[in-house]
Design a protein around this ligand. Structure first.
Ligand code: MN
Ligand code: MN
Length: 361
């Protein structure tokens, strides 16, 4: 059976042949990340038998309660990827500062940023969780990176992807040549190419948003969702379904597979928060995947991949999915802005890309 299929290693080697001067470091790093995900998948699959369920009894840098599996997954990411000399440094959702590569190991030419376990509140109820990763070039290869070295816009990513630990374990990734999905063959321990060239349908009848926050939404988001809910009789002229898994990886995987649109907009619930999801290791990698699959990924006022991060754990509003829907939501944000030219709290420097977006309209 294996003779008829492409493994992740074979896929990466064939991609690399298009770049004859590539050293192979990137491929080795991606395979180490895949190994990390296999190790996490095993812990997830054994669940209560592995003793990994429940709270760790600590909070992370985001002030969120850590689950045991958050800690285990973070440890695996760090230990599997620190020794080989491919990375100069790492940033994780679970660590306040960049992880320094131990002295005895060489520093490489890439930076690895990751959310080791996404949707970890789902773990105790046996629903899908995942891991998200992004690979950037180290501006100063071979030495310990500064925090500023990580603050690159998503458009600079050389690879992004996620693992989803669902009924089957998959890795979905891009190296800038489309989006490809690999399913773990558990007996062989190999990721096999099962979903080549994933494309997001341009239009959809499905949206995903946490409706319990509706009273805090911006006018543009209220308008969009109201029009979806109005169904066939409303301005959209069609009925919509709503979905909400509360796991970014699971939402992204559904949308990459069959289309739809996801919104976690900026809201007024906590005005100090510029959104819920983290730019560097959640929104940016998912945005890279979504754009590579022909979809749209926006902060509401402009492209996620153009946003230059101010800090490692920065949050951002995030809308992604079928391109027609994302464009419509952006248009509604611009309409709001036309009514109130200085839309005050929504007019942050974060949306400095808005000018760009406008001039391209
Ligand atoms: Mn997450
Ligand atoms: Mn997480």
């Amino acid at each position: 059976m294996i003779a008829d299929h492409t493994t992740l290693a074979q896929f990466l080697i064939e991609e690399r042949r298009r770049h004859p001067d590539a050293s192979g470091d990137l491929n080795s790093l991606i395979l180490d990340v895949a190994l990390t995900c296999k190790a996490i998948a095993r812990r997830v699959a054994y669940g209560a038998l592995a003793g990994v369920l429940g709270a760790a009894g600590a909070t992370n840098v985001q002030g969120e309660q850590q689950q045991k599996l958050d800690v285990v997954a973070n440890h695996l990411f760090v230990r599997v990827n620190e020794w080989a000399g491919h990375v100069a440094g790492m940033v994780s959702e679970e660590m306040a500062d960049p992880y320094p590569i131990p002295d005895q190991y060489p520093r490489g030419k890439y930076l690895l940023v990751f959310d080791p376990l996404d949707g970890s509140s789902n773990i105790d109820v046996n629903l899908s969780v995942g891991s998200i990763f992004s690979i950037l070039r180290a501006p100063h290869p071979g030495v310990n990176p500064a925090v500023a070295d990580f603050l690159q816009p998503g458009s600079e990513q050389v690879c992004a992807g996620y693992a989803i630990y669902g009924p089957s374990t998959m890795i979905v990734l891009t190296v800038g040549t489309g989006v490809h999905g690999f399913t773990l063959e558990p007996q062989l321990g190999e990721f096999i190419l099962t979903h080549p060239g994933i494309r997001i349908p341009e239009s959809t009848r499905e949206f995903a948003i946490n409706a319990s926050n509706s009273r805090f939404w911006e006018p543009a988001v209220k308008r969009y969702v109201e029009e979806c809910l109005a169904g066939r009789a409303g301005p959209r002229g069609k009925d919509f379904n709503m979905r909400w898994v509360a796991s970014l990886v699971a939402e992204a995987h559904r949308i990459l597979t069959r289309g739809g649109v996801f919104l976690y907009p900026r809201d007024t619930k906590d005005p100090a928060m510029l959104g819920r999801l983290r730019l560097l290791y959640e929104a940016s990698p998912v945005a890279f995947l979504v754009e590579q699959a022909g979809g749209g990924a926006s902060a509401g006022y402009g492209r996620i991949l153009d946003v230059v991060p101010d800090e490692l754990h920065q949050r951002i509003a995030f809308v992604f999915g079928s391109r027609e829907e994302v464009e419509l939501i952006e248009r509604y944000h611009l309409d709001d802005d036309a009514v109130q030219p200085d839309a005050g709290e929504y007019d942050g420097q974060l949306f400095g890309t808005r000018g760009l977006f406008r001039s391209s309209m």
